[in-house]
Design a protein around this ligand. Structure first.
Ligand SMILES: *Cc1c(COP(=O)(O)O)cnc(C)c1O
Length: 387
């Protein structure tokens, strides 16, 4: 029998040969428009800090004062003694922000998705997901022991056909609001109508929409004007636009009470540090009040797309801050991202299995923290490396 290391080494070698090997960079600065890596300053086009809040001084001050009040750790899970008044206050603020009766905090988006899906469906039920949903939703579906199916990306007819075939008593349809690797937006009002027609429940993961879409940053449900009845389960994350950490789900009283009782990833884990909740409360205030951040971000998105078309980039159909540039060839994706690094620009090199085979891409993320000039520098660099 081969040893553990010999077996694993073979798999690592294979991954490297396929140009799919992943490496971490060690960032010496905080998250902002410029990152310092190995002593080099790089313009940061790979964070999900869409509103430029991850380094905001008021949010940092709220975190520090939270530490002064509550210390560093929550010390226990929410159901034991880890649930502080700071968590309670933030949940009330998130309920108000989303216009929903209640909200519940989770320690991360990954855990929220695992917990929500598993609390709502089990054996003999159906969970039906967009094929490009985030890994945490797909993993949650697999773990649930429900009949787990995927429908073609944003295909209403395929969704409809699969719902028609099911006789399960509980049916859960799950979609990303904004798709994380493509940047496109789910046709949510159509999806919600189809779900309602088949008495299926609809869950939306709006990790990339909250803060960015909608007149007050309420995300995809605000943008598409959808009520609680149409999207009963709304999940959002706090590590992206909010610039802090954690996640939430917003919905009815009964939904939240049920998740507190049955979501295992809520129950069996240490509560977020209360100071993080304090920071997120400060962030929520800025996120809703400072409309200029969304306006500026939209200016940058338009500028990038217009410039990208002029230099012949293979852009995707995205109006969001996620702007992928298709390269297709995985070795070439790596090569180009390295050449961009040499020019002082950092972008994500996204390859399978994160995206389907043959669709390797640069994933460019714009932020309200960027200047127009930085976007122009990006375009110039992309042109000069022949992306
Ligand atoms: C980032 C992300 C998550 C995971 O959230 P974390 O808080 O980072 O664990 C879940 N869903 C989507 C669509 C995401 O983009």
């Amino acid at each position: 029998m081969k040893s553990l290391d010999a077996t694993l080494q073979a798999a690592l070698d294979e991954r490297r040969q396929q140009h799919l090997f992943r490496q971490r960079v060690n960032v010496a600065s905080g998250c902002g428009p410029v990152l310092v890596v190995d002593g080099q300053s790089l313009i940061n086009f790979c964070s999900n800090d869409y509103l430029g809040l991850a380094g905001h001084p008021d949010i940092a001050a709220a975190l520090k004062s939270g530490v002064d009040t509550y210390g560093t750790g929550s010390g226990a899970s929410h159901l034991i003694s880890g649930h502080s008044v700071a968590h309670k206050k933030l949940e009330e603020q998130l309920a108000e922000f989303t216009g929903r009766p209640r909200a519940l905090l989770f320690s991360s988006g990954y855990m929220a998705n695992m917990g929500i899906i598993n609390a709502l469906v089990g054996r003999h039920d159906l969970v039906l997901q967009d094929q490009l949903n985030h890994a945490s939703l797909l993993d949650g579906g697999r773990l649930s022991r429900a009949d787990f199916k995927r429908y073609k990306h944003c295909s209403l007819s395929n969704l409809q056909a699969q719902l028609e075939q099911s006789s399960a008593s509980r049916k859960l349809v799950v979609t990303d609001g904004v798709f994380s690797m493509d940047g496109d937006i789910a046709p949510l009002s159509e999806i919600s109508a189809i779900a309602a027609e088949h008495s299926a429940w609809l869950m939306v993961d709006d990790a990339h929409g909250v803060g960015v879409l909608g007149a007050t940053g309420g995300g995809i449900v605000e943008q598409q004007n959808l009520a609680l009845e149409q999207v009963p389960i709304l999940m959002g994350t706090l590590g992206k636009s909010f610039g802090t950490f954690g996640a939430f789900v917003a919905g009815s009283e009964v939904l939240i009470d049920s998740l507190i009782q049955f979501a295992r990833s809520y129950i069996y884990t240490t509560a977020l540090p209360p100071s993080i909740a304090c920071a997120t409360s400060a962030s929520l205030k800025i996120l809703t009040e400072e409309q200029w951040r969304r306006d500026h971000l939209n200016v940058l998105i338009k500028r990038f797309r217009l410039g990208g078309q002029q230099i012949g980039l293979q852009l995707m159909a995205s109006d969001t801050p996620i702007q992928p540039v298709l390269i297709n060839d995985d070795a070439r994706v790596l090569e180009i991202s390295q050449q961009l690094r040499d020019k002082g620009i950092m972008v994500g090199a996204i390859r399978p299995p994160t995206v389907p085979q043959g669709s390797g891409r640069l994933r460019i993320c714009l932020s309200a923290g960027h200047s127009e000039q930085q976007v122009d520098q990006l375009l110039e660099a992309l042109e000069s490396v022949g992306a």
